[in-house]
Design a protein around this ligand. Structure first.
Ligand SMILES: *Cc1c(COP(=O)(O)O)cnc(C)c1O
Ligand code: SF4
Length: 491
């Protein structure tokens, strides 16, 4: 929080008052408090820093990028500008940042892209928020731009579709794993591409190393998924993810929303999007899109059905005055917004960074819903945390704010077990980093195994993984220790 006063929105005066703040004078109901003595406090005064989540950047942060130095707020807020200047090639990154960041950094990115499973795509909004004086440590750089210098070898047990989504797909682009809810993936493009994407098996353009499965992208092809949903009366809950609903034209968004609302047994829908975190101005400027969303929410409410938006903010540095305005607009128009984060090393894995994020989201009426243990995704070993570290963080987070704004820390169990509370493992060995979960309502015959990143293990554990001939027995040993030897490991 080192912005100057004019660079932030002063939502309200921070700190503890020895006198009542000026801001109450003239306020009906509050002015009468001036007649009362302030009761002695039992708690220490709070500092401005502790209330830092109430401050939202409103400086022209993008103008620090040489190529954007003349771009006005009006231009920058245009979704067209954001789309046109989204960085999809390292060469473009080099051009935009010429003279502003070391060549060695760009070369490091170039080397990383040769083996990255995700294609590159970074919005100008995100580009402008990265601290280019220290890109290696920046939480936005870590999420969107790979560098070879920080690369760690993948865990030996890692696979590309670690969640086994392709096994639970009755039709392409639909995952039916749980009893009453489905995951609908209507498209395979996003406004940005996240290095840590679980669906790197499908999302984004083909890369040097991955030939993608393709999800369908037109209403005619979605009908197969709708027909399946309509034929399964137990389905009450549809998550629309992707890809990213932000990339759907308003009429397509409306078509999906209205079709699903018209299926009598569908009671709940969530549109999941990274958009508000990486291009919040679209909600303010693209009225056709925002109106389509609000319209589906209203139609749902009329029918007694819940339609909400799920965002994907991972760090407070993604949130600015533009975001605040966008979230306020949705709140005023009656859209419930919840957030799902991925726990990422260097981004939000310290108590300070996670508490700051949670408070900031809550302040904008965005409800922190989940924090995901980082999936085992190719090329992202530097971003994962150990189960031990996550459980410790969870312990600290519970209690800092309202229970309904306290996220659940979950692991999406590798092999298709679905979401499990991170701390609900049936067995965990901190030396080998092996944790074992059961998921009785998904499949009571299976065990699901997650592996901590090798570099976070004690030396003794790291040595065990260096010897491939030991791997099978390490896992079998963990299963024996768990006591669930009658169950089989899901893969
Ligand atoms: C996450 C997920 C859902 C939704 O789960 P909730 O716990 O209700 O948020 C549904 N289907 C699949 C396959 C999922 O991964
Ligand atoms: S926005 Fe979501 S689906 Fe798209 S790349 Fe990022 S994590 Fe994956």
């Amino acid at each position: 929080m080192n912005y100057s006063d004019k660079e932030i929105t002063r939502i309200e005066e921070a700190g503890t008052f020895s006198e009542l703040p000026d801001s109450i004078s003239g306020v009906e109901h509050l002015e009468q408090l001036n007649e009362w003595d302030i009761p002695p406090a039992l708690k220490d005064p709070v500092s401005k820093e502790e209330l830092g989540h109430r401050y939202f950047r409103k400086d022209a942060f993008w103008q620090k990028i040489p190529a954007f130095s003349n771009i006005t707020e009006e231009e920058f807020y245009e979704p067209k500008f954001q789309n046109r200047h989204t960085v999809r090639k390292v060469e473009k990154l080099r051009q935009l940042l010429a003279g502003y960041v070391d060549d060695s950094f760009i070369e490091d990115v170039e080397r990383a892209m040769e083996s990255a499973p995700m294609s590159l795509s970074v919005s100008p909004y995100i580009l402008g928020l990265i601290d280019w004086a220290n890109p290696y440590a920046d939480p936005l750089r870590i999420q969107f731009i790979p560098v070879q210098g920080r690369h760690l070898p993948d865990h030996p047990q890692l696979t590309l579709d670690s969640l086994g989504e392709q096994h639970d797909s009755p039709v392409e682009g639909l995952v039916h794993r749980y009893f009453d809810k489905v995951l609908f993936l209507p498209l395979d493009v996003c406004p940005v591409y996240c290095r840590f994407c679980t669906r790197s098996y499908a999302i984004g353009a083909d890369t040097e190393t991955v030939d993608k499965v393709s999800f369908h992208n037109t209403p005619r092809q979605w009908n197969e998924a709708f027909t399946y949903i309509a034929s399964r009366p137990e389905i009450e809950d549809v998550v629309i993810s992707g890809g990213d609903a932000y990339m759907l034209a308003p009429e397509r968004l409306r078509y999906i929303g209205e079709t699903l609302l018209s299926i009598p047994h569908v009671r709940r829908m969530r549109f999941a999007t990274k958009g508000p975190a990486v291009m919040p101005m679209k909600l303010l400027k693209d009225a056709a899109w925002t109106n389509a969303l609000v319209d589906i929410v209203d139609q749902g409410r009329e029918k007694g059905k819940e339609v909400v938006l799920h965002t994907h903010f991972n760090s407070a540095s993604e949130i600015t005055e533009i975001t605040r305005k966008a979230m306020l607009l949705l709140f005023k128009r009656g859209v419930t917004v919840r957030n799902q984060s991925v726990l990422i090393r260097g981004v939000n894995d310290t108590p300070d960074s996670m508490i700051h994020l949670i408070r900031k989201l809550s302040y904008m009426n965005v409800q922190p819903y989940y924090v995901y243990q980082h999936d085992m995704v190719q090329g992202t070993e530097d971003m994962r945390t150990s189960v031990r570290a996550t459980v410790e963080l969870e312990k600290i987070i519970r209690g800092v704010t309202a229970g309904f704004n306290t996220p659940l820390f979950v692991t999406d169990a590798p092999g298709g077990g679905g979401k499990r509370d991170v701390h609900s493992y049936d067995y965990y060995d901190q030396v080998t980093g092996i944790s074992i979960y059961r998921s009785p309502s998904v499949d009571s015959t299976k065990l699901y195994v997650y592996f901590d990143p090798v570099d976070t293990l004690p030396r003794e554990g790291q040595l065990l993984w260096e010897d491939p001939t030991l791997h099978a027995s390490l896992i079998q040993n963990a299963i024996n220790q768990s006591g669930y030897t009658a169950l089989t490991r899901a893969q």
